[in-house]
Design a protein around this ligand. Structure first.
Ligand SMILES: [Zn+2]
Length: 458
């Protein structure tokens, strides 16, 4: 931690004012900013003038409240700055471009990581370039045909890239993304009408990946199911390939950061997030900050014993959570039960096929997913006792597929605790792009949030 100087304090105050305005997406009066931030009226006035000049915030009409003059409302210009989110998952790579409200304005799904990280990093960098150009093209129909082709490619991927994902996945579905994409173009600030201008609005890149990793050093150490990725300095390499600064964080912690940013969660609440993907992980936040742990890998709960004594795990213990919730375990169980799922097309497709069979009435498929929910619920009950959260959120890339049949059995395991603690449990509304949206939020958080950063950076 650096010592604080006048510059640091000025920067902190500016972040605090921006955070306060951002937390009221419908608009907030300057006197409320003064009250909530605890800063002086003069300081807030100076900072808001500067933020308006920089195009970060704008005046958003007037509100009459009580006697006296109506006051002018301030709100953040969501697309004044853009951030890239990259989610490296064993089943896929997702790239999104998010605005300051953590809304994706462009997205693409790439093939899963291979044994050749250098080639994968080149693919990711090329896709970031393509998406950036496509945003510029969206804002300027008169751009040359080449740029339009990039938009078409990006739009195509946005619609079909999450192939195999079921419909009804919340507000980040392909149609919502298309809306957001055109909205970003229509409301962009002056000068945003080409790819270069879009590039200038880019703050940087957030990368979310499974542990083991060293977020502070920006290095992927030995993520499971990604055997080619050993000691890869992903932050340095992706930054060199794109010319943009980057940060790295664990996927579970990124997902919770995404929830906090996009939903303006009460910072006074302790939140427990359950991340359901290739494996299951957890994340915890208090006072609006996500707990990273001493080696930036908090929340590795795969080998949490959930009270089932008879199944041996290769870690040497019995009844570990991963034996009942890892995606490869679900697929293997399905195959053994004769449910027609194939993992050759990728784990995401196999889990979607399992969910589709369950929806069609396959009892073995339904029981496998319900069993996942029960195991998840048992883990949540243990973790709730440890962390004492007021809010529990379940999300992650495979949760949208499993939710319909896993949510109720999970809830049944926790309902008594929830009642006693007056806590709530809900499913994430961010859909299967949560890892990538959360990754973008890691960078937003580091650049713009008051308080300490949540990720290592270059
Ligand atoms: Zn184990």
């Amino acid at each position: 931690m650096r010592g604080s100087s006048m510059t640091d304090i000025g920067e902190y105050n500016e972040r605090l004012v921006l955070h306060t305005i951002r937390s009221s997406p419908e608009g907030i009066g300057q006197s409320d900013v003064v009250r909530r931030s605890g800063l002086s009226r003069q300081a807030v006035s100076l900072i808001t003038r500067r933020l308006i000049a920089e195009g970060m915030i704008e005046q958003a009409g007037r509100r009459v409240s009580g006697p006296g003059k109506p006051h002018t409302l301030l709100r953040v210009v969501a697309d004044a700055r853009l951030t890239i989110g990259v989610h490296l998952d064993p089943a896929h790579i997702t790239v999104v471009v998010c605005d300051l409200a953590a809304r994706p304005v462009a997205r693409a799904t790439l093939d899963p990581p291979t044994d050749d990280p250098q080639a994968d990093i080149s693919r990711i960098a090329a896709k970031i370039d393509g998406l950036t150009l496509s945003l510029g093209a969206a804002a300027a129909p008169s751009r040359p045909a080449g740029a339009d082709a990039d938009l078409a490619a990006g739009g195509d991927v946005a619609g079909g890239g999450s192939a195999g994902t079921a419909g009804g996945r919340g507000p980040t579905g392909p149609e919502a993304r298309e809306d957001a994409l055109s909205g970003a173009g229509a409301e962009g600030p002056p000068g945003a009408a080409d790819g270069l201008a879009t590039r200038r609005r880019l703050l940087g890149i957030g990368i979310a990946a499974p542990a083991g990793l060293d977020a502070t050093a920006g290095i992927l150490r030995d993520p499971p199911w990604m055997p080619g990725w050993r000691d890869i300095p992903i932050v340095e390499e992706l930054s060199a390939a794109t010319g943009l600064p980057a940060v790295l964080g664990k996927d579970t912690n990124a997902a919770l950061t995404g929830e906090i940013w996009s939903r303006h969660l009460e910072s006074t609440q302790t939140v427990l997030y359950m991340y359901v993907g290739h494996g299951v992980g957890s994340a915890v936040s208090a006072n609006g900050a996500v707990h990273r742990g001493g080696t930036t890998q908090a929340g590795e709960i795969g080998h949490l014993p959930i009270g089932r004594g008879d199944d041996a795990c290769n870690c040497g213990r019995y009844g570990c959570l991963c034996l009942y919730t890892d995606a490869p375990v679900l697929v293997r169980s399905a195959q053994q039960a004769g449910v027609p799922v194939r993992d050759a097309a990728g784990m995401t497709a196999a889990i979607d096929a399992l969910a589709a069979e369950a929806e069609r009435g396959s009892e073995p498929a339904q029981e496998i997913i319900a069993g996942h929910g029960r195991a998840l619920g048992e883990a949540i009950r243990i973790l709730a006792g440890v962390h004492d959260p007021q809010r529990i959120i379940i999300g992650g890339p495979t949760w949208p597929a499993l939710r319909a049949l896993a949510e109720r059995p999970a809830h049944e395991q926790v309902s008594q605790w929830l009642e006693g603690a007056h806590a709530t449990m809900e499913s994430s509304h961010l859909g299967d792009d949560i890892g990538a949206i959360g990754a973008a939020c890691l960078f937003l958080d580091q650049e713009l949030a008051p308080g300490s950063s949540t990720a290592g950076s270059l």
